[in-house]
Design a protein around this ligand. Structure first.
Ligand SMILES: Nc1ncnc2c1ncn2[C@@H]1O[C@H](COP(=O)(O)OP(=O)(O)OP(=O)(O)O)[C@@H](O)[C@H]1O
Ligand SMILES: [Mg+2]
Ligand SMILES: [Mg+2]
Length: 537
């Protein structure tokens, strides 16, 4: 064995072995996104690849089935969506793009070729910025370059019946509009890849150009993985972000092991495509065996020629970017945490009770009203609206399985602010507020609100109004009882509080007392009494 810097050479086999601990991971993505336009890319059939899984071959025009004599006609709605995405991703728009035929034979591709934009895509040279706080990546910022963005057709779907040993073809998906986005190989860690995908998903949902779901295949991600300067391996069939993360991890380790064992010249000498079976990556084909697609410009579709004013109009119509929205919510007057700001700006596909947009609207309207009726709010006081909307209201909606839409009618932001005002003015305590909110939402759930909510009346009914004149004697005996009760079950605790060792435990006693009076007495009042009884300063 001979040793060079970072490399050992076996004298017996002549193989190179690496001795380094650091192997550089490099990833690049190819993302296919199904557009949610009404019609398909080159025909007037309905674009509904998922709704129609039980009704195969229902949305198929003569062109989608490639009957001889049919010709493509470009659906400009797809071009508009591509422009929205391209401009949001800071790309240069190509004013004269065109379509090419990518030839390959497969049952679910009856044309014998796919129409794509190989030579002259609609947009090139863009980027997306990732930030450590918003996107939880491991470096302060990361800029991911985008090589190109192109329009193309989706294929049909093949269903293999194992029992019958037949393949059935469903052409509902044939000719569904896709956008293929190709990034530069700029990713150096897995969190960067996941952050990019999540941000991209949010973008397509914000622009309303796609459902953005990975699980249904509306977004399909191929990940190219390489180590140092060795050729890349392309990973396909990755149905969700955890598969993407696990597949990259596995593939990186596999390639590093090959390099360490000195087998790179045998096993990592050419591009390869691999799939993911949930546990490991498996070889599908190597680049040597890939077919020559014989790309050629499509003679039937003309150039996609765009007037510069169209591009400018689309640019002007774009919604504000999520990053800008999040940042502005983190600043004055809102001062939200990054977590809460994201909750209002990032779509949550799993929650059906409210969308981020609905919550954001509800929060912003409430905040505005609250600020208008309370001049000069302190930093802390401004946070009260976010706390009651995000922590309390949403928490209760989840618990009660209510949607924001359902409650907005009887409990709109105007009423909600009236409710918050009661707490802000000290008419009811936080505990009282929680009781009241839960009570109101329950009334809504049981559909027991026929007239407008009368908050003062409810406060009365629930007996949660903070007492302005406090009967010290009554409260003192109540506090004494609590000390006795706690002393019985945990004498050490009272002793510790008395000795001033665990003064924060005083709030434990205050909590018990608050519960007993359902928040009618201010916590500071209880603190004063407990301190008096336990003789602590
Ligand atoms: N050294 C590398 N390591 C990892 N990824 C890489 C590397 N070099 C290029 N890539 C990535 O490989 C992808 C290349 O995609 P592209 O669509 O251009 O070609 P392809 O994969 O050969 O074609 P096809 O569209 O047929 O899959 C890009 O996402 C790019 O970032
Ligand atoms: Mg590829
Ligand atoms: Mg590609």
């Amino acid at each position: 064995m001979v040793k060079f810097r970072n490399i050992r050479v076996s004298l017996k086999t002549g193989r190179f072995y690496s001795t380094r601990n650091e192997y550089k991971l490099i990833c690049g993505l190819e993302i296919h996104t199904q557009l949610n336009t009404d019609n398909k890319l080159f025909s007037l059939s309905t674009n509904a690849p998922f709704k129609s899984l039980n009704t195969p071959n229902k949305h198929v025009s003569h062109f989608d089935a490639s009957l001889p004599g049919t010709r493509p006609k470009l659906n400009y709605e797809c071009v508009l969506d591509a422009l929205k995405l391209a401009l949001s991703l800071n790309c240069n728009v190509n004013l004269n793009s065109h379509f090419d035929r990518k030839h390959y034979f497969y049952g679910d591709q009856p044309q014998g070729y796919q129409l794509t934009q190989h030579y002259s895509p609609i947009a090139t040279e863009g980027y997306m910025n990732l930030y450590t706080d918003i996107d939880t990546i491991d470096t302060p910022t990361k800029k991911i370059g985008i090589i190109q963005l192109q329009l193309e057709q989706d294929t049909g779907i093949s269903h293999y019946d194992n029992q019958e040993k037949t393949t059935m073809i469903d052409l509902n998906r044939s000719n569904v509009p896709l956008i293929e986005l190709v990034t530069k190989p700029d990713f150096t860690t897995i969190p960067q890849v996941i952050a990019f995908i999540k941000k991209y998903q949010n973008l397509v949902r914000n622009l309303d150009v796609s459902t953005g779901n990975l699980e249904t295949g509306a977004i399909r991600v191929d990940v190219n993985v390489s180590v140092d300067t060795y050729p890349r391996v392309e990973l396909k069939n990755l149905p969700n972000t955890s598969s993407i993360s696990n597949a990259i991890k596995y593939e990186y380790k596999r390639q590093v092991n090959i390099i360490k064992q000195g087998k790179a010249s045998e096993l990592l000498n050419c591009q390869e495509t691999r799939g993911w079976n949930g546990k490991e990556t498996v070889k599908l084909r190597s680049k040597e065996t890939t077919i020559d697609y014989r790309y050629m410009p499509d003679p039937e579709l003309g150039c996609v020629t765009l007037d510069p004013s169209i591009v400018q109009n689309v640019r002007n119509s774009l919604p504000r970017s999520s990053d800008d929205e999040i940042r502005s919510l983190m600043e004055e007057p809102y001062n939200l945490s990054v977590k809460n700001a994201k909750l209002l700006c990032v779509h949550n596909e799993k929650n059906e009770q409210y969308t981020s947009i609905e919550v954001k609207d509800f929060y912003l309207t409430s905040f505005d009203l609250f600020q208008k009726s309370n001049a000069k709010l302190s930093f802390k006081e401004k946070k009260i609206v976010a706390n009651w909307v995000i922590n309390e209201l949403l928490g209760n909606l989840n618990k009660l399985e209510l949607s924001l839409r359902e409650i907005k009618q009887s409990f709109p932001p105007e009423k909600f602010v009236e409710f918050i005002q009661l707490i802000h003015d000290g008419k009811i305590s936080n505990t009282g507020g929680k009781t009241l909110l839960f009570y109101i939402l329950n009334l809504i759930k049981e559909k027991s609100i026929s007239v407008e909510l009368n908050l003062p009346k409810l406060v009365n009914e629930l007996k949660i109004e903070v007492q302005s004149t406090i009967n010290d004697d009554e409260l003192l005996s109540q506090c004494k009882d609590i000390i006795d009760e706690v002393n019985e079950s945990d004498p050490k605790l009272i002793e510790a509080i008395k000795l001033g060792k665990r003064i924060n435990l005083l709030n434990y006693l205050v909590g018990i007392a608050m519960k007993k009076t359902r928040g009618r007495v201010k916590p500071t009042e209880y603190q004063r009494l407990f301190k008096f009884l336990l003789k602590i300063e």
